[in-house]
Ligand binder design. Structure first.
Ligand SMILES: CC1=C(CCC(=O)O)c2cc3nc(cc4[nH]c(cc5[nH]c(cc1n2)c(C)c5CCC(=O)O)c(CCC(=O)O)c4C)C(CCC(=O)O)=C3C
Ligand SMILES: [Fe+2]
Length: 311
């Protein structure tokens, strides 16, 4: 008898492949509205600032998907797991991934997003698109919605916090403010009783507990520049406030909402927040991204398998 075959749609944000694709990418994020020349230049400049217009998210997602497929098949040799990529704003799009599964004759499929926290505006959007395409093709799919408290995820993040605290050398731990961050979303999600802020706080609290960190807080980052308000306080404002009101001089930023090196980490934190910290005389460090951390791959493998087993 042949092995049971399960298709896994691994979804991620997506990034351009080259600088000339930035406009199409940005237009897609803006739901078909092309950016103004100023907006396009501003985004292109940010990509150029991070390692000279290289798009690390592309390679990182490729590596994560490959590592996850290997992990799943090593953990469960009785099943054949086949991973497909589905990106939100770049090719291969979410719909392309679902279509490829159907073409390959996949009968059982699950979907997961490379982002641990659920929001109807983020993960919810990925799932909706995959679900719609799957229904159109008569493929039945199940989805992992969040995995923000999985013990191996907490362990992976805690290891990074503990290791990065060493960079402050002789500074007592109590004098280092740990700031957990995630991508901001429009404030209206709060009225919608969206679980996103609560899940992010739960992850932060679990990591703080596991690392014995008492001096911590949460801050938002990378808010959109639109007329409607976004969740705050923003990390840049937090840096000003804690320096001016509490004389904090050492900050460790841990971006718990992101799992990969990309623009939000390499630009918004490493360039923009670092610049603000320098101006304020704050020593700022950031925890390394998870990327293909084996504990992160095990987290994904576990939650996918549990879903397949109906646990
Ligand atoms: C919740 C969330 C995550 C985390 C969860 C997840 O991973 O899904 C995330 C991740 C990412 N966001 C990314 C890039 C961008 N996001 C933008 C704009 C927006 N993000 C939003 C939300 C999120 N975004 C929202 C509500 C907007 C406003 C427009 C809209 O309503 O959709 C813009 C437009 C310009 C700007 O505002 O900066 C860019 C370039 C990249 C890729 C970076 C790279 O290429 O290296 C990544 C991983
Ligand atoms: Fe974004």
């Amino acid at each position: 008898m042949s092995k049971q075959r399960i298709g896994v749609l691994v979804m991620s944000y997506g990034t351009p492949e080259s600088l000339d694709q930035v406009e199409a990418y940005y237009t897609h994020i803006r739901r078909g509205n092309p950016p103004s020349p100023e907006q396009l230049k501003e985004l292109t400049d940010r990509y150029e600032a991070i390692v000279g217009g290289f798009f690390p998210l592309r390679e990182n997602t490729n590596k994560q998907v490959k590592a996850l497929e290997e992990r799943l098949n090593a953990d469960h040799p009785q099943v054949e797991f086949v991973c497909y990529q589905g990106l939100k704003h770049a090719a291969p799009f979410i719909e392309d991934g679902v279509e490829q599964m159907a073409k390959d004759g996949i009968r059982q499929a699950v979907g997961i997003v490379l982002a641990p926290h659920y929001s109807v505006m983020s993960v919810g959007g990925y799932i909706k698109r995959a679900q719609e395409k799957a229904e159109e093709l008569g493929l039945s799919m199940q989805f992992v919605k969040s995995y923000h408290l999985h013990p191996k995820l907490i362990e992976a993040l805690s290891n990074r916090v503990t290791e990065t605290l060493q960079r402050f050398e002789d500074t007592p731990k109590a004098d280092i403010r740990v700031i957990f961050t995630a991508h901001s979303l429009p404030e209206k999600i709060v009225e919608m009783r969206d679980p996103y802020p609560e899940q992010l706080l739960a992850t932060s609290k679990a990591v703080a507990e596991q690392t014995g960190v008492d001096n911590w807080q949460f801050g938002w980052q990378s808010a959109g520049r639109t007329a409607s308000p976004w969740l705050g306080p923003d990390i840049l404002d937090v840096l000003h406030t804690i320096k001016n009101e509490e004389q904090v001089q050492n900050v460790l930023v841990c971006p718990v909402g992101f799992v990969s090196d990309h623009l939000e980490v390499l630009y918004d934190l490493d360039i923009e927040a670092q610049q603000t910290a320098k101006e304020l005389g704050i020593h700022l460090e950031r925890t390394p991204s998870l990327n293909t951390d084996p504990l992160y791959m095990e987290t994904l493998s576990d939650v996918i398998y549990q879903l397949c087993e109906g646990k």
